[in-house]
Ligand binder design. Sequence first.
Ligand code: DLL
Length: 432
Amino acid sequence: MNEIWNREYETMSREELRELQYKRLQMSLRWAYDNVPFYRERWERERVKPQDVKSLDDLWKIPFTTKSDFRSAYPYGLFAVPLERVVRIHSSTGTTSRPVVVGYTRGDLNTWAELCARVVTAGGARPQDVAQVAFGYGLQTGAFGMHAGLERIGASVIPASTGNTRRQLTIMRDYKSTVLVCTPSYAMYIAEAAGDLGFDLDDLSLRIGLFGAEAWTNKVREELEKRLDISASDNYGLSELMGPGMSGECIMKDGLHINEDHFLVEVVDPATGEGVPEGKEGELVFTSLTNEALPVARFRTGDLSSVSYRPCACGRTFARHAKVYARTDDMIVVRGTNVFPSQVEEVLMEIEGVEPHFQVILDRKGALDEMVVQIEVEPSFFPDAMRRLVEFERHVEDRLQEELGVRARVKLVEPKTVPRHTGKARRVIDRR
Ligand code: DLL
């Protein structure tokens, strides 16, 4: 089971890796400085030049890049090559403002396929697999990236795209898909809808799930593995740097190996921007080492995680980051207490009878924040006495309070009424 797509790089010694990283870093910083006026101006203002970075430890001298820099540069302001060298453009949906636009040269697409090939191999996909890609084939990066990686390893790729769950299940059953590629919340939805749509999960041939693009807990993993009878792995990435293919779990499922020969990782304190020691949680910051169209220096992802350089039993020498459970910006503040939706999920998944769908609704009643957690219970609950339901609500409220340190009102809703998503799930509605 433990195959490695590119042994030469994925198992190179840390010493060799650092040498390679430094060589590539120098080239990449120089490339950005020479070709992207944004970087040149910003770095000149900070009085730093690429040659001031004399080792990997000097990286802190380079200023951070943020999502808002991408937005101000909309659409092509951060590109380092003329459009005639760009062969693909993607963008991530701007829910609140302008979208982030990213470009790839032919060389970038080749690297992207290579890195996704590593990630899908680490997750257990093989040439004989039939891989159903249920990410949306559109502006976003998920589908095209994973598609290219799966094709590169020689799997038979089905570009099913997202939505139309009945057709999704028909394809899965009839074409005998062995690998499912999508967001964990869509996988959960597929598993759940199957029965209602007249499918028997036992008729499927799935063996592997490659899930990513949003935060999900190990409890959700267990649930997906059980319901779909698969081994599920996590993979991570973001459009600004490349899309999927930046990191992924191996069979040990103990952290996601970062493709460190193409991306330098740092973990910083989100408040101060200072580096934190190995193993400590902070915000992930990435620097691209080989991007041609869009070199990115020290991008603040907003994703909270920690990094470990301990050797992994799978043989890969690349550092691993812990599963990303939360973003600095999905933290909600309820009556002064910081709450992450992932904490709510963790509690709910431990409670017998709760379905893995919920929504947090925030309101302001007078001066006070009110937090309502809508959860679904198993259908068998409903015919039961009202008293049992009320007791159950109190029980969940108590458990949430223990974990979050703030009281939420729990509202049970009928099965299948919390909105489902075919892409990334929306867990919080803030009406304050
Ligand atoms: O979600 C790229 C991707 C597609 C990765 C398919 C994996 C699979 P964006 O739409 O730009 O790109 O969103 C990036 O999504 O900063 C994280 O907050 C979140 N995210 C992505 N993967 C994971 C993951 C794609 N495995 C943002 N776990 C990132 C937790 C994730 N969060």
